[in-house]
Design a protein around this ligand. Sequence first.
Ligand SMILES: [Zn+2]
Length: 283
Amino acid sequence: MKRLSKTKKILIGIALILLLLISGGALYLHPMVTFFLQTEIQQLDKQLTLVLGGGGNSGILITDKALVVIDTKMGGDAGTLFKLASEKAAGKPILVINTHYHGDHVKGNHFYKGSRIYIGNYDKAFLQKEVDPDNMPTDYVKDSLVLDLGNETILLYDLGRAHTYHDMVVYLKNRKTLFSGDLIFHHINPFLKKESGADVDKWMAALHLILNKFDLEKVIPGHGSIGGKELVLSMIDYFGDMKAAVKDPSRASVLKAKYKDWVEMPMMTSPQATIDYIREAGH
Ligand SMILES: [Zn+2]
């Protein structure tokens, strides 16, 4: 048998190391992949369909007057969502609502040409820098807006600064169902970015306001599986814990255990990343 040359052995060695790194990486990424890249369709009732994952969670609601799409995802899943929405619209006009401007919630907007696309009251120049022209929303909601669509009344409520500069929640009044956007992640460490305007104190205030203002039967978080009021409470609890850990760093290890089941996004979100963000931002 011909012996392998030294170069070939080295190359095989490198390939094996790469394979190990990639498979190890895939295992590490797995929970994130499940939450962010896989889609799951949930039919909540005859008219309300959820498409979870594949970017932010989305909703498709059939009403008497229009078909409503909440958050348009990104990439291939945005196209699939649009196809599903178009089929369900069956000729009705489509209204689009963006809970906030992050790409995983708005990058499918370009499919809905001619539709009204609502978003919170961001500074237009800021949004033009952050969102490609094709995906720009058409209507900025100042404070709040009620859409009376016959069999459902939808309240769009701009909470101002929290996860970003103008997060907007979407409340389906008859269903007592709230689409929270990224104000709530279900058992996933939240995403905080200075450039987006993330402010933990204001975020907590927004969560309290949600609890006081809305009668909540179902909460559809920005990412992760759906739940009820307890999702709002768990986010408040999470931020309270992280703030306490800023004051008393010895708590960090206890919190690490408490939140060990919360998904982390490598290099982006984790209890430690939240603690560091609060410490650096001062809130
Ligand atoms: Zn976001």
